[in-house]
Design a protein around this ligand. Structure first.
Ligand SMILES: [Zn+2]
Length: 80
């Protein structure tokens, strides 16, 4: 998996539609890629903060803000 693909999966995680299979692939990538690990950890923490560990959709405004922040992080790095 490339960083670009990892970014897509982290985005999917934000939307709550990351499958177990993809989660495993993503985990493999973040074990090897420190940058994506930081982004992933931050995203997970933010989601947990808002959702309190429960499965319900995040308010659209927060979700949009997170997506924008994620995109910026990856663009800054000029991910391959
Ligand atoms: Zn990466």
């Amino acid at each position: 998996m490339t960083c670009k693909e990892a970014f897509k999966q982290i985005s999917a995680y934000l939307d709550g539609d990351l499958t177990e299979e993809l989660k495993n692939i993503l985990n493999e990538h973040i074990c090897k890629c420190a940058h994506c690990k930081v982004v992933y950890d931050t995203t997970v923490k933010t989601v947990e903060l808002y959702c309190d560990g429960k499965l319900f959709p995040m308010p659209q405004t927060i979700s949009n803000r997170l997506h924008t922040a994620l995109r910026r992080k990856f663009q800054d790095r000029r991910a391959v």
